[in-house]
Design a protein around this ligand. Structure first.
Ligand code: FAD
Length: 545
C-alpha cells in the first residue's frame, strides 16, 4: 500500500523526548520554554536553519524589516525580558530582530535543547506505543509523545516555475533565502519580480545600490508610508513602564497591534472630514491607517473612500503619468491583500534608474540566458533576478513534511481539498499533534507574536491538563473540524478579504493549491475567547484517552 513506500522511522535507535518541536522561530522557542521550564517536560527543537530566528534568520533581503511596531513585535509574557530589550527604531530591520531572537535564546537558555541544521522529513503516529516517530533528512530518529509544529506560515519560499530559469547566466535569488554574505548590486542590472510586502520593502534599497532596477509588476498594490525613525528616549521609557497596558491593548484588538480600531463609520463623516482623517493617518504612517474606521474591511463603499485616497497619493507621488497609472491601477479593495507599508517605495519610481514593467498586460513568457522575455517578445537584459514572490503560505511548510497520522492517513490526503483544522491547532486523525499558527487560526491577519504567545500558552495548558488527568492522547474530531472550517469561511465572508481573488490568503499564488481562505478573519481577541471557552468546558471538541 501507499504507506509502505513512505519512510518508516524505526523506533530502535530513536532519541526519546516528551515533546518534539519543529522550528526555532518565535513559536518554537517559546514552546520549548513553556514545555521545558513551566511543565518540566523533556523537549527538543529541530530546526533546518543554521541559527535560530525563523523568518528573521532567512529573510535578509535589502530593506527587510518589520511592519509591526517594534514595541509590539516581541514577546510580552515576561516582564524582565520585555523591559531589558531596547529597540532602536519604530520598525526594526531584520538584523536587529534576529539579534533580539538570539538574545531570547540565550536569556531563556534555550540553545541546549535546539538542534540546528536538522530538517524534519517525516513523522508517523505509532498508535501502539502512543507516540510520534520522527525522521530527519539526515536519517536521525526521534520518538515523542507530543509533536508540535512551529514551522511558520511564511517559511516555504515560492519560486514560480518560469521556463528557462535554469538557462539564466546571471544570478538569481529568492528574498526569503537571501545569501548571508549579501549580494553586491553595484553596477548590476537587476530585475525584481513581485510587488507584495517584501517587494515594496526591497525596491528603494535595491534601486539605491544597483545600476538599474526593472520591477515586473503583475498586481499593483496599496502602500502606506512607514515614517520609520529612531525611537526617542522618551518613547523607550514609556514602553518600559507600560508593558502591562500595552499587552492588554494588543490582546484586546482584532489584529493584535498596539492601537485600537476607531469606533466610527466612514459614513459618519463628511467627505472633507474623512479626507482630514486619512491625511492625518497618512502623516502618522504604518498599519494604523487601516484602523481609522471600523468598517473599512466590511463595507465596500467605505473601503472605496480609502482606496481612492491612496490611489491619489500614488498619482501625486510618482512623476511619470504612465508609471503612476500602472502603480495606481489596483484591482482589489484596500487591505484585502496583506497591506504593505514602505520607506519611499513610490518615490523610487522617480529615480532615473528604475523602470516598471506591467506583466499583467504582457506576461513573462520565459527567462533567457540574458534576461526576461515577455509574451510580446520584448526582452529585458539583466545580471540579477530577484524573486520577491512570497511563500507557499500557511500550509506549505507543513505539507513538505511527510506526516502520517492514525490508520495511515497522511496530512496531504486529509488536506486534499484545503486545510481542515479545529481552531488551527489540531487536525482530526492526528493525535497529539499541535500546529502553532496553523491554518484556521488568525496568524497572518494578526501581529504575530501576540497570536503565537496565545497558541503556545493554550497548547501548554492542554498538555498540562492531560498530565493532570493522566491522559495519554488528545485528538480533535472530524465534526469539530468541520464546524470550525465552516466558521472560518463565515468569518472571511463577513469581510471584503475574499475579494482579492489572487491573494495568498486564498492560496491563489500557488498553481494547483486549493482555493480556501486560510486564516481566521474573526479577530484575535474573539479567537482567544473561543479558545479559552473551549478549555474552560473541558476542551470541548477534543477527545482524550
Ligand atoms: P518562522 O519564523 O517562520 O519559523 C519557522 C521555522 O521552522 C523556520 O526557521 C524554518 O526553517 C523551520 N522549519 C520549517 N519546516 C521545517 C522542517 N521540516 N524541519 C525543520 N525546521 C523547519 N509578522 C508580523 O506580525 N509583523 C510583521 O511585520 C511581519 N513581517 C514579516 C516580514 C517577512 C519578510 C516575513 C517573511 C514574515 C513577516 N511576518 C511578520 C510573519 C513572521 O513570519 C512571523 O511574525 C513570525 O516570525 C513567525 O514565527 P514562527 O516561529 O511561527 O515561524
Amino acid at each position: 500500500g501507499a504507506t509502505q513506500t513512505r519512510p518508516q522511522p524505526a523506533a530502535g535507535s530513536a532519541t526519546t523526548v516528551d515533546a518534539l518541536i519543529v522550528g526555532a522561530g518565535f513559536s518554537g522557542m517559546y514552546q520549548l520554554h513553556c514545555l521545558r521550564d513551566r511543565l518540566g517536560l523533556s523537549a527538543r527543537v529541530l530546526e533546518q536553519g543554521s541559527g535560530v530566528g525563523g523568518t528573521w534568520y532567512w529573510n535578509r533581503y535589502p530593506g527587510a524589516r518589520c511592519d509591526s511596531e517594534s514595541h509590539s513585535y516581541c514577546f510580552t509574557f515576561d516582564k524582565e525580558l520585555y523591559e531589558e530589550w531596547e529597540w532602536s527604531e519604530r520598525y526594526p530591520e531584520q538584523p536587529e530582530i534576529l539579534r533580539y531572537l538570539n538574545h531570547v535564546a540565550d536569556r531563556l537558555d534555550l540553545r541546549r535543547d535546539i538542534q540546528l541544521d536538522t530538517r524534519v522529513k517525516a513523522a508517523r503516529w505509532d498508535a501502539g506505543a502512543n507516540r510520534w516517530l520522527v525522521e530527519t533528512e539526515a536519517g536521525e530518529r526521534f520518538a515523542a509523545t507530543w509533536l508540535i509544529t512551529a514551522v511558520g506560515c511564511l517559511s516555504s519560499a515560492n519560486v514560480p516555475k518560469i521556463p528557462g530559469l535554469e538557462s539564466f547566466e546571471g544570478d538569481w535569488y529568492h528574498t526569503g533565502q537571501w545569501p548571508h554574505e549579501g549580494v553586491d548590486l553595484t553596477g548590476k542590472r537587476v530585475g525584481q519580480i513581485g510587488t507584495g510586502s517584501t517587494g515594496i520593502q526591497a525596491v528603494p534599497v535595491i534601486a539605491a545600490a544597483a545600476d538599474h532596477l526593472t520591477v515586473f509588476q503583475r498586481t499593483a498594490n496599496y502602500s502606506i508610508p512607514a515614517h520609520n525613525a529612531p525611537l526617542t528616549r522618551e518613547f523607550k521609557d514609556y514602553v518600559k513602564r507600560n508593558r502591562e497596558p500595552l499587552r492588554a491593548l494588543m490582546q484586546s484588538t482584532p489584529n493584535g497591534h498596539p492601537f485600537a480600531i476607531e469606533d466610527r463609520s466612514v459614513h459618519d463623516l463628511t467627505p472633507d472630514e474623512r479626507e482630514a482623517v486619512y491625511e492625518a493617518a497618512w502623516e502618522k504612517g504604518g498599519l494604523q491607517f487601516r484602523a481609522t474606521f471600523r468598517d473599512l474591511l466590511v463595507d465596500k463603499a467605505a473601503n472605496d473612500t480609502a482606496a481612492a485616497f491612496l490611489k491619489r497619493k500614488i498619482r501625486q507621488t510618482v512623476k511619470d503619468p504612465a508609471t503612476a497609472a500602472l502603480l495606481a491601477n489596483i484591482d482589489h479593495p484596500f487591505a484585502t491583500k496583506r497591506p504593505p507599508i514602505d520607506s519611499h517605495y513610490f518615490e523610487a519610481y522617480n529615480r532615473p534608474n528604475v523602470s516598471l514593467v506591467d506583466v499583467r498586460s504582457d506576461p513573462i513568457e520565459r527567462i533567457t540566458p540574458t534576461g526576461i522575455q515577455l509574451r510580446s517578445g520584448a526582452e529585458h537584459e539583466l545580471d540579477i533576478i530577484v524573486f520577491a514572490t512570497g511563500f507557499d503560505a500557511m500550509t506549505g511548510a507543513l505539507l513538505k513534511i511527510d506526516i502520517t497520522g492514525r490508520d495511515g492517513l497522511t496530512l496531504k490526503q486529509a488536506w486534499e481539498a484545503g486545510p481542515k483544522t479545529y481552531l488551527g491547532l489540531q487536525v482530526a486523525g492526528f493525535p497529539n499533534l499541535f500546529t502553532v499558527t496553523g491554518p484556521g487560526s488568525p496568524s497572518v491577519l494578526c501581529n504575530m507574536p501576540v497570536a503565537i504567545e496565545q497558541h503556545v500558552e493554550w497548547i501548554t495548558g492542554c498538555i498540562a491538563h492531560m498530565r493532570e488527568h493522566g491522559f495519554a492522547r488528545v485528538e480533535t474530531t472530524p465534526e469539530s473540524a468541520d464546524r470550525w472550517v465552516a466558521h472560518v469561511n463565515d468569518a472571511a465572508d463577513a469581510t471584503l478579504l475574499p475579494m482579492a481573488g489572487h491573494s495568498w490568503y486564498l492560496g491563489a499564488n500557488i498553481p494547483g493549491k486549493p482555493r480556501v481562505f486560510m486564516p481566521y478573519a474573526g479577530g484575535m481577541a474573539r479567537y482567544r475567547r473561543i479558545c479559552d471557552d473551549v478549555a474552560a468546558h473541558g476542551y470541548e471538541g477534543f477527545e482524550f484517552a
